[in-house]
Design a protein around this ligand. Sequence first.
Ligand code: 7RM
Length: 648
Amino acid sequence: MSDVYPVPDRVRIGTNNPITSMDTYRSAAAHAQNDPDQFWLDETRRNVVWRTPPTLGVSGNFRNIVDSPITWFADGTLNITESCVDRHAAEHPNKVAIVWESDTPGEGYNITYKELHQQVCQAANALSGMGLKKGERAIIYMGMVPEAAIAMLACARIGAVHSVVFGGFSAEAIRDRVRDCGAEIVITQDQGLRGTKAIPLKNIADQALQGESSVKQVLVVQRTGGDVTWVDGRDVWWHDAVGNASTEHTAVECAAEDPLFILYTSGSTGKPKGLVHTCGGYITYTQYTHRTVFDLRDDDVYACVADVGWITGHSYIVYGPLANGATTVMFESVPTFPDAGRYWDLVERHKVTIFYTAPTAIRALAAQGDAFVTKYDRSSLRVLGTVGEPINPDAWEWYYNVVGERRCNIVDTWWQTETGGIAIAPIAPATPTKPGSATLPMPGILPVLLDTDGERITGPGEGRLCIDHPWPGLARTVWGDHDRYGAVYFTTFRGYYFTGDGCRRDADGYYWITGRVDDVINVSGHRMGTAEFESALVSDESVAEAGVVGYPHPIKGQGVYAYIVLQPGVTGSEALAKELNLTLRRLIGAHARVDLYQFVPGLPKTRSGKVMRRILRKVAEGEPEKLGDISTLADPSVVEAIVAGCKL
Ligand code: 7RM
């Protein structure tokens, strides 16, 4: 039996959460299960600003996603910025909406809801003036500056669809996304700053846009004043176009199911998919889960230190918190600048009450020793969240004992780009926790564990994690390829949404995510497809074939292991390994690098030519004795060479 941690008093007392105990949790979950339409209609009518309040709940189902797509609140109309900005600017204009923590500590500033409203209106007017219309796409390629959030909201305000591309991605990756979504406008900044390191975002965007005629205009925020390449007639400075625009703007009315944004995410095969989230359901689900899981209170200072380039930044830095009228921190820097105390310095200076980060950061910081933490006053903290990958119990205990001094509840939140918002997690004032478990499903989420034959596992057991009924935050489609959406998520197990994760359920009904069961790897909380690595590697002229798998890594969660078959006449070396990592950086981005290379004479293949990835995985995991049945291999000697070989 694992330890159970009761909810600390400080978290239990003073809440106005709709869910304050396991009893209220169970009755909310039962209501959402028995009458999902009524549950979510009540929720959205109470907490989202609608122009036309919806009367319809869900339609469509998981059995036939192609012919009967999922919709929520289909007869409602709204503009989500009225939920995120206008109502708060009217009700509490001087409340801080965004606390900007700049790269250099102390150089940031705050933006109130009134100011946010003015700036979003200005940016919306500027984008309209540049010709961006409802339904058209804008790529946002920026660092963590307030203008990134303002740009997202401004797109939403005119009904345009944004697609944020994480600032670590390469020019090639931006070009792929610009083409896939047919973007009309790119919004970027001169340079990004992370731990004093300047990232030439504008120049990378320019490289990406060479020859791309769909993009008519580029809007550029000046962050550092560094040199940039410039295309006259196409490029516009933010401070000119936005700074001079009117601070009044009437939001464009959108249908509940109009797309709000596209976010590209990696899967097992092919290029990243552009998942589409729509206005009404997404804003309903993110505001609900944000308020409930973190137990948001009026005077909270909420800090999620993710990047807006990932779904966590969309849902839990920008949309969820702002819809709730919260004060949300945007953190530009890195956890180790100027030293490993940066997060706790931030907590002390801004009196952060809710802090949300990834297990990889917790492990990295725990390894630096407790003094960096204890040096700062963390008495403001009440709820500590984690997201992105499984958290090992040691890291959980360190977060709980050292960072939170046993006063805070830990919310280990399991969810995905596809789920839109948190799907399995404790509700801070209600759910007793167990280190390493994401605990229990949100109301409205019906997790199902299936065995490899698709049979439902009841009670305790381990299987593939699926979800049985639509919830409002679910991504509705893959941009431009609804069939792919159906094929990837709804055909493995008919009638269920398949998450790609393995999961165990214990005797208390608690869920323990065991990690991906497909060819997706999770490195430092970054989701990457092994197929993307492989296709980038084989594009190098030295490489004939590549097989990429994950292996356990003490800090990053998973490391990347590449088996490389070289072209005839080429020999493996450290220098070649370095060169291949440069190829990955150029084709994917700075966050994509292989940790270990092994040059091998061949990949283990079946007689029909399929790579046996299980063997690659076992060797990378350091368990060559557990290869299992290798009798179907075309050439068993390849395995001997792989097991005996060395890694660089
Ligand atoms: C939010 C996000 C999704 C994948 C998912 C899991 C893994 C995320 C947890 C987790 C164990 C968690 N979106 N994952 N959260 N695994 N415990 N609390 O990360 O689309 O980028 O990645 O991340 O494998 O399928 S994501």
